[in-house]
Design a protein around this ligand. Sequence first.
Ligand code: ATP
Length: 364
Amino acid sequence: MASVEFKNVTKSFGAFNAVSDVSFAIGDGEFVCLLGPSGCGKTTSLRMIAGLETPSHGQVLIGGDDVTNLHPKDRQISMVFQDYALYPHMNLADNIAYPLKVRGEPIQKRHGRAKEVADVLKIGHLMDRLPSQISGGQQQRTSLARALVYPSRVYLFDEPLSNLDAKLRLEARGFLNHLQRDMGMTAVYVTHDQAEAMALATRIALMDQGRIVQYAPPIEIYRRPATTFVANFVGNPPMNLVQVDAAHGDGQLQLKADGLTLSSLPMSSGIAAALATAKTLTLGIRPEHLAIAEPGRANTISGTLFANENMGPESLVTIERPDTSRLTARIFTDDHIALTEAVSLSFAPEHIHLFDSTGARIPA
Ligand code: ATP
Protein backbone atom coordinates (compact mmCIF):
# COMPACT_ATOMS: atom_id res chain seq x y z
CA MET A 1 0.00 0.00 0.00
CA ALA A 2 1.13 3.55 -0.59
CA SER A 3 0.26 7.20 -0.07
CA VAL A 4 -0.98 9.46 -2.87
CA GLU A 5 -0.36 13.18 -3.19
CA PHE A 6 -1.44 15.99 -5.51
CA LYS A 7 0.81 19.05 -5.60
CA ASN A 8 -0.86 22.06 -7.25
CA VAL A 9 -2.49 19.89 -9.91
CA THR A 10 -4.40 21.58 -12.73
CA LYS A 11 -6.00 19.80 -15.68
CA SER A 12 -7.22 21.96 -18.55
CA PHE A 13 -9.25 20.92 -21.56
CA GLY A 14 -8.72 23.88 -23.91
CA ALA A 15 -9.47 27.04 -21.91
CA PHE A 16 -11.53 25.12 -19.31
CA ASN A 17 -9.99 23.93 -16.04
CA ALA A 18 -11.62 20.62 -15.05
CA VAL A 19 -9.30 20.53 -12.00
CA SER A 20 -7.85 23.81 -10.65
CA ASP A 21 -4.69 23.94 -8.56
CA VAL A 22 -5.62 21.04 -6.29
CA SER A 23 -3.23 19.95 -3.51
CA PHE A 24 -4.04 17.14 -1.09
CA ALA A 25 -2.46 14.05 0.44
CA ILE A 26 -3.96 10.62 1.02
CA GLY A 27 -2.21 8.61 3.74
CA ASP A 28 -1.11 5.01 3.38
CA GLY A 29 -4.14 2.79 4.14
CA GLU A 30 -6.68 5.61 3.87
CA PHE A 31 -9.98 5.28 2.01
CA VAL A 32 -10.67 8.71 0.50
CA CYS A 33 -13.91 9.54 -1.30
CA LEU A 34 -13.95 12.25 -3.94
CA LEU A 35 -17.48 13.58 -3.59
CA GLY A 36 -19.28 16.32 -5.49
CA PRO A 37 -21.88 17.18 -8.12
CA SER A 38 -21.68 16.08 -11.74
CA GLY A 39 -18.82 17.75 -13.62
CA CYS A 40 -16.86 18.95 -10.54
CA GLY A 41 -13.67 17.12 -11.59
CA LYS A 42 -13.82 13.85 -9.60
CA THR A 43 -13.23 11.42 -12.46
CA THR A 44 -10.54 13.63 -14.00
CA SER A 45 -8.68 13.62 -10.65
CA LEU A 46 -8.95 9.83 -10.41
CA ARG A 47 -7.74 9.39 -13.98
CA MET A 48 -4.67 11.50 -13.18
CA ILE A 49 -3.80 9.12 -10.32
CA ALA A 50 -4.28 6.18 -12.71
CA GLY A 51 -2.15 7.85 -15.40
CA LEU A 52 -5.04 7.90 -17.89
CA GLU A 53 -4.80 11.73 -17.95
CA THR A 54 -1.68 13.84 -17.59
CA PRO A 55 -1.87 17.02 -15.48
CA SER A 56 -1.46 20.32 -17.35
CA HIS A 57 0.47 21.62 -14.29
CA GLY A 58 1.59 20.16 -10.99
CA GLN A 59 2.71 16.78 -9.75
CA VAL A 60 1.13 13.45 -8.76
CA LEU A 61 3.04 11.33 -6.23
CA ILE A 62 2.45 7.69 -5.27
CA GLY A 63 4.39 6.35 -2.30
CA GLY A 64 6.44 9.57 -2.35
CA ASP A 65 7.59 8.97 -5.96
CA ASP A 66 6.75 11.49 -8.67
CA VAL A 67 4.62 9.47 -11.14
CA THR A 68 3.29 12.47 -13.11
CA ASN A 69 4.72 11.15 -16.36
CA LEU A 70 4.79 7.42 -15.56
CA HIS A 71 2.81 5.02 -17.77
CA PRO A 72 -0.36 3.57 -16.10
CA LYS A 73 0.98 0.02 -16.18
CA ASP A 74 4.08 1.03 -14.21
CA ARG A 75 2.11 2.63 -11.35
CA GLN A 76 0.98 -0.58 -9.56
CA ILE A 77 -2.59 0.61 -9.26
CA SER A 78 -5.91 -1.20 -9.81
CA MET A 79 -9.05 0.45 -11.06
CA VAL A 80 -12.73 -0.54 -10.84
CA PHE A 81 -14.93 1.20 -13.39
CA GLN A 82 -18.61 2.15 -13.28
CA ASP A 83 -19.46 -0.10 -16.25
CA TYR A 84 -17.23 -2.94 -14.85
CA ALA A 85 -15.30 -3.12 -18.18
CA LEU A 86 -15.35 -6.94 -18.22
CA TYR A 87 -14.19 -8.79 -21.34
CA PRO A 88 -17.45 -10.17 -22.82
CA HIS A 89 -15.84 -13.19 -24.57
CA MET A 90 -13.93 -14.39 -21.48
CA ASN A 91 -15.44 -16.41 -18.64
CA LEU A 92 -15.20 -15.16 -15.07
CA ALA A 93 -12.05 -17.17 -14.31
CA ASP A 94 -10.19 -15.55 -17.23
CA ASN A 95 -11.62 -12.10 -16.55
CA ILE A 96 -10.52 -12.17 -12.91
CA ALA A 97 -7.12 -13.74 -13.70
CA TYR A 98 -6.37 -11.28 -16.52
CA PRO A 99 -4.07 -8.96 -14.51
CA LEU A 100 -1.97 -12.04 -13.59
CA LYS A 101 -1.86 -13.19 -17.23
CA VAL A 102 -0.45 -9.88 -18.46
CA ARG A 103 2.20 -10.17 -15.75
CA GLY A 104 3.19 -13.59 -17.08
CA GLU A 105 1.94 -15.79 -14.21
CA PRO A 106 1.47 -19.48 -15.20
CA ILE A 107 -2.12 -20.56 -15.86
CA GLN A 108 -2.52 -22.82 -12.83
CA LYS A 109 -1.24 -20.25 -10.39
CA ARG A 110 -3.42 -17.49 -11.82
CA HIS A 111 -6.59 -19.60 -11.84
CA GLY A 112 -5.91 -20.71 -8.26
CA ARG A 113 -5.51 -17.12 -7.10
CA ALA A 114 -8.59 -15.99 -9.11
CA LYS A 115 -10.69 -18.71 -7.44
CA GLU A 116 -9.49 -17.64 -3.98
CA VAL A 117 -10.55 -14.03 -4.54
CA ALA A 118 -13.81 -15.09 -6.24
CA ASP A 119 -14.68 -17.29 -3.23
CA VAL A 120 -14.22 -14.37 -0.87
CA LEU A 121 -16.57 -12.34 -3.07
CA LYS A 122 -19.07 -15.26 -3.29
CA ILE A 123 -18.81 -15.72 -7.06
CA GLY A 124 -16.47 -18.74 -6.96
CA HIS A 125 -19.26 -21.04 -8.23
CA LEU A 126 -19.69 -18.95 -11.40
CA MET A 127 -16.16 -19.16 -12.83
CA ASP A 128 -17.24 -20.85 -16.10
CA ARG A 129 -19.92 -18.29 -16.93
CA LEU A 130 -19.59 -15.37 -19.35
CA PRO A 131 -20.33 -11.82 -18.02
CA SER A 132 -23.62 -11.83 -20.00
CA GLN A 133 -24.73 -14.91 -18.01
CA ILE A 134 -24.54 -13.32 -14.54
CA SER A 135 -26.44 -10.53 -12.73
CA GLY A 136 -25.37 -6.89 -12.42
CA GLY A 137 -24.35 -7.42 -8.80
CA GLN A 138 -22.23 -10.44 -9.75
CA GLN A 139 -20.62 -8.45 -12.59
CA GLN A 140 -19.75 -5.74 -10.08
CA ARG A 141 -18.11 -8.31 -7.79
CA THR A 142 -16.23 -9.81 -10.74
CA SER A 143 -14.84 -6.40 -11.56
CA LEU A 144 -13.86 -5.98 -7.90
CA ALA A 145 -12.24 -9.44 -7.85
CA ARG A 146 -10.17 -8.54 -10.92
CA ALA A 147 -8.96 -5.39 -9.16
CA LEU A 148 -8.05 -7.32 -6.00
CA VAL A 149 -6.40 -10.38 -7.62
CA TYR A 150 -3.01 -8.69 -7.89
CA PRO A 151 -1.53 -6.70 -5.01
CA SER A 152 -1.61 -3.00 -5.86
CA ARG A 153 -0.26 0.05 -4.12
CA VAL A 154 -3.50 1.98 -4.61
CA TYR A 155 -7.06 0.92 -5.52
CA LEU A 156 -9.12 3.35 -7.59
CA PHE A 157 -12.91 3.17 -7.85
CA ASP A 158 -15.05 5.19 -10.27
CA GLU A 159 -18.66 5.03 -9.05
CA PRO A 160 -18.51 1.22 -8.91
CA LEU A 161 -21.96 0.80 -7.34
CA SER A 162 -23.97 3.17 -9.53
CA ASN A 163 -25.40 0.46 -11.80
CA LEU A 164 -26.74 -1.63 -8.93
CA ASP A 165 -30.28 -1.48 -7.59
CA ALA A 166 -30.80 0.04 -4.13
CA LYS A 167 -30.66 -3.25 -2.20
CA LEU A 168 -27.55 -4.63 -3.93
CA ARG A 169 -25.92 -1.25 -3.60
CA LEU A 170 -26.28 -1.31 0.18
CA GLU A 171 -24.97 -4.87 0.31
CA ALA A 172 -21.94 -4.05 -1.87
CA ARG A 173 -21.25 -0.91 0.19
CA GLY A 174 -21.17 -2.98 3.37
CA PHE A 175 -18.85 -5.44 1.66
CA LEU A 176 -16.44 -2.68 0.60
CA ASN A 177 -16.42 -1.31 4.14
CA HIS A 178 -15.61 -4.81 5.44
CA LEU A 179 -12.85 -5.22 2.84
CA GLN A 180 -11.31 -1.90 3.83
CA ARG A 181 -11.29 -2.91 7.51
CA ASP A 182 -9.76 -6.25 6.60
CA MET A 183 -7.12 -5.14 4.08
CA GLY A 184 -6.44 -1.55 5.12
CA MET A 185 -6.06 -0.69 1.44
CA THR A 186 -5.22 2.76 0.13
CA ALA A 187 -8.27 3.62 -1.95
CA VAL A 188 -9.60 6.60 -3.87
CA TYR A 189 -13.30 6.30 -4.53
CA VAL A 190 -15.34 8.61 -6.75
CA THR A 191 -19.01 9.07 -5.97
CA HIS A 192 -21.73 11.70 -6.11
CA ASP A 193 -23.68 9.82 -3.42
CA GLN A 194 -23.08 11.48 -0.06
CA ALA A 195 -24.40 8.48 1.91
CA GLU A 196 -21.86 6.23 0.17
CA ALA A 197 -19.03 8.65 0.94
CA MET A 198 -20.13 8.98 4.60
CA ALA A 199 -20.28 5.20 4.98
CA LEU A 200 -16.97 4.32 3.34
CA ALA A 201 -14.48 7.16 3.66
CA THR A 202 -11.83 7.76 6.26
CA ARG A 203 -11.76 11.25 4.72
CA ILE A 204 -14.00 12.96 2.17
CA ALA A 205 -12.64 15.44 -0.39
CA LEU A 206 -15.69 17.47 -1.33
CA MET A 207 -15.21 19.04 -4.76
CA ASP A 208 -16.96 21.91 -6.53
CA GLN A 209 -15.98 23.37 -9.90
CA GLY A 210 -12.56 21.76 -10.06
CA ARG A 211 -11.52 22.60 -6.49
CA ILE A 212 -11.61 20.86 -3.11
CA VAL A 213 -13.88 22.86 -0.81
CA GLN A 214 -13.39 20.67 2.28
CA TYR A 215 -11.14 17.69 3.02
CA ALA A 216 -11.95 16.08 6.35
CA PRO A 217 -13.33 12.94 8.06
CA PRO A 218 -17.05 12.39 7.32
CA ILE A 219 -18.16 13.30 10.85
CA GLU A 220 -16.25 16.59 10.69
CA ILE A 221 -17.90 17.44 7.35
CA TYR A 222 -21.29 16.64 8.88
CA ARG A 223 -20.68 18.56 12.12
CA ARG A 224 -18.71 21.51 10.81
CA PRO A 225 -19.38 22.04 7.09
CA ALA A 226 -16.93 24.66 5.80
CA THR A 227 -19.45 26.39 3.50
CA THR A 228 -23.17 26.49 2.70
CA PHE A 229 -22.33 24.40 -0.40
CA VAL A 230 -20.95 21.60 1.81
CA ALA A 231 -23.86 21.98 4.29
CA ASN A 232 -26.29 21.59 1.44
CA PHE A 233 -24.47 18.63 -0.16
CA VAL A 234 -23.96 16.40 2.90
CA GLY A 235 -26.99 15.33 4.93
CA ASN A 236 -30.27 13.76 3.93
CA PRO A 237 -32.39 15.83 3.68
CA PRO A 238 -29.77 18.59 3.48
CA MET A 239 -29.28 21.29 6.11
CA ASN A 240 -32.00 23.98 6.24
CA LEU A 241 -30.55 27.42 5.45
CA VAL A 242 -32.34 30.63 6.46
CA GLN A 243 -31.30 34.23 5.72
CA VAL A 244 -31.27 36.25 8.97
CA ASP A 245 -30.68 39.92 9.87
CA ALA A 246 -28.03 40.35 12.53
CA ALA A 247 -27.72 43.05 15.20
CA HIS A 248 -25.32 43.14 18.11
CA GLY A 249 -24.56 45.00 21.32
CA ASP A 250 -23.33 44.28 24.87
CA GLY A 251 -21.44 41.22 23.68
CA GLN A 252 -24.67 39.62 22.42
CA LEU A 253 -25.90 38.78 18.94
CA GLN A 254 -29.56 38.98 17.90
CA LEU A 255 -30.74 37.19 14.77
CA LYS A 256 -34.06 38.14 13.22
CA ALA A 257 -36.18 36.56 10.49
CA ASP A 258 -39.92 36.07 9.88
CA GLY A 259 -41.27 33.42 12.26
CA LEU A 260 -37.94 33.00 14.08
CA THR A 261 -37.63 33.36 17.86
CA LEU A 262 -34.05 32.86 18.97
CA SER A 263 -32.47 33.80 22.28
CA SER A 264 -29.45 36.09 22.00
CA LEU A 265 -26.15 34.39 21.29
CA PRO A 266 -22.66 35.26 22.53
CA MET A 267 -20.62 37.35 20.09
CA SER A 268 -17.33 36.00 18.84
CA SER A 269 -14.46 37.47 16.85
CA GLY A 270 -15.61 35.39 13.84
CA ILE A 271 -19.12 36.87 13.99
CA ALA A 272 -17.71 40.41 14.43
CA ALA A 273 -15.53 39.93 11.34
CA ALA A 274 -18.50 38.65 9.31
CA LEU A 275 -20.70 41.58 10.42
CA ALA A 276 -18.03 44.10 9.43
CA THR A 277 -18.92 43.48 5.77
CA ALA A 278 -22.63 42.50 5.85
CA LYS A 279 -25.57 42.58 8.27
CA THR A 280 -27.13 39.45 6.84
CA LEU A 281 -26.00 35.97 7.83
CA THR A 282 -27.16 32.47 6.94
CA LEU A 283 -28.48 30.32 9.77
CA GLY A 284 -28.21 26.55 9.25
CA ILE A 285 -30.16 23.86 11.14
CA ARG A 286 -30.11 20.17 10.23
CA PRO A 287 -33.54 18.48 9.81
CA GLU A 288 -32.68 15.97 12.56
CA HIS A 289 -32.11 18.84 15.01
CA LEU A 290 -35.66 20.22 14.64
CA ALA A 291 -38.67 19.07 16.71
CA ILE A 292 -42.38 19.94 16.75
CA ALA A 293 -42.98 22.69 19.34
CA GLU A 294 -45.70 24.76 21.00
CA PRO A 295 -46.04 28.09 19.13
CA GLY A 296 -44.43 31.16 20.66
CA ARG A 297 -41.70 29.26 22.54
CA ALA A 298 -38.10 30.46 22.46
CA ASN A 299 -35.78 28.99 19.84
CA THR A 300 -38.41 28.07 17.28
CA ILE A 301 -39.10 28.75 13.64
CA SER A 302 -42.67 28.79 12.35
CA GLY A 303 -44.51 28.49 9.07
CA THR A 304 -47.43 26.74 7.42
CA LEU A 305 -47.50 22.99 6.88
CA PHE A 306 -46.32 22.10 3.37
CA ALA A 307 -45.84 18.31 3.62
CA ASN A 308 -46.02 15.59 6.28
CA GLU A 309 -44.39 12.38 5.03
CA ASN A 310 -44.36 9.31 7.25
CA MET A 311 -41.44 7.07 6.23
CA GLY A 312 -41.87 4.26 8.78
CA PRO A 313 -39.37 4.91 11.57
CA GLU A 314 -39.38 8.67 10.96
CA SER A 315 -41.47 11.50 9.54
CA LEU A 316 -40.37 14.40 7.34
CA VAL A 317 -42.35 17.51 8.17
CA THR A 318 -41.86 20.45 5.79
CA ILE A 319 -43.06 23.98 6.54
CA GLU A 320 -43.22 26.98 4.24
CA ARG A 321 -42.21 30.43 5.52
CA PRO A 322 -43.75 33.76 4.43
CA ASP A 323 -40.93 34.28 1.89
CA THR A 324 -41.85 30.82 0.39
CA SER A 325 -38.57 29.22 1.56
CA ARG A 326 -39.04 25.78 3.15
CA LEU A 327 -37.62 23.95 6.14
CA THR A 328 -37.77 20.23 6.75
CA ALA A 329 -37.73 18.53 10.13
CA ARG A 330 -36.84 14.87 10.55
CA ILE A 331 -38.86 13.53 13.46
CA PHE A 332 -37.96 10.09 14.78
CA THR A 333 -41.33 8.46 15.41
CA ASP A 334 -43.26 5.64 13.80
CA ASP A 335 -46.55 7.37 14.62
CA HIS A 336 -48.27 9.61 12.11
CA ILE A 337 -47.96 13.17 13.46
CA ALA A 338 -51.25 15.07 13.48
CA LEU A 339 -50.55 18.69 12.56
CA THR A 340 -52.70 21.72 11.92
CA GLU A 341 -51.77 24.36 9.38
CA ALA A 342 -49.51 26.52 11.58
CA VAL A 343 -46.41 24.61 12.69
CA SER A 344 -43.55 25.67 14.97
CA LEU A 345 -40.27 23.78 14.96
CA SER A 346 -37.89 24.05 17.91
CA PHE A 347 -34.14 23.60 18.05
CA ALA A 348 -31.33 23.84 20.58
CA PRO A 349 -29.08 26.90 20.03
CA GLU A 350 -25.98 24.66 20.23
CA HIS A 351 -27.15 22.93 17.04
CA ILE A 352 -27.21 26.01 14.85
CA HIS A 353 -24.58 26.79 12.21
CA LEU A 354 -23.72 30.30 11.02
CA PHE A 355 -22.32 31.27 7.63
CA ASP A 356 -21.21 34.69 6.41
CA SER A 357 -22.42 36.49 3.28
CA THR A 358 -19.88 34.59 1.13
CA GLY A 359 -21.22 31.25 2.42
CA ALA A 360 -18.14 30.50 4.58
CA ARG A 361 -18.67 28.97 8.02
CA ILE A 362 -18.24 31.37 10.93
CA PRO A 363 -16.12 29.60 13.57
CA ALA A 364 -17.82 29.24 16.97
P1 ATP B 1 -19.56 13.02 -13.15
O1 ATP B 1 -20.03 12.82 -11.72
O2 ATP B 1 -20.66 13.54 -14.02
O3 ATP B 1 -18.83 11.86 -13.70
P2 ATP B 1 -17.07 14.39 -12.54
O4 ATP B 1 -17.07 15.20 -11.30
O5 ATP B 1 -16.42 13.08 -12.50
O6 ATP B 1 -18.54 14.27 -13.11
P3 ATP B 1 -15.23 15.00 -14.67
O7 ATP B 1 -15.61 13.83 -15.51
O8 ATP B 1 -13.94 14.96 -13.97
O9 ATP B 1 -16.40 15.32 -13.64
O10 ATP B 1 -15.29 16.28 -15.59
C1 ATP B 1 -15.00 17.60 -15.10
C2 ATP B 1 -15.25 18.59 -16.19
O11 ATP B 1 -14.28 18.42 -17.23
C3 ATP B 1 -16.63 18.46 -16.85
O12 ATP B 1 -17.12 19.74 -17.11
C4 ATP B 1 -16.32 17.71 -18.14
O13 ATP B 1 -17.26 18.03 -19.13
C5 ATP B 1 -14.91 18.19 -18.47
N1 ATP B 1 -14.14 17.16 -19.19
C6 ATP B 1 -13.80 15.95 -18.76
N2 ATP B 1 -13.07 15.27 -19.67
C7 ATP B 1 -12.98 16.08 -20.75
C8 ATP B 1 -12.34 15.98 -22.04
N3 ATP B 1 -11.66 14.88 -22.39
N4 ATP B 1 -12.45 17.02 -22.86
C9 ATP B 1 -13.12 18.15 -22.51
N5 ATP B 1 -13.73 18.32 -21.32
C10 ATP B 1 -13.66 17.31 -20.45
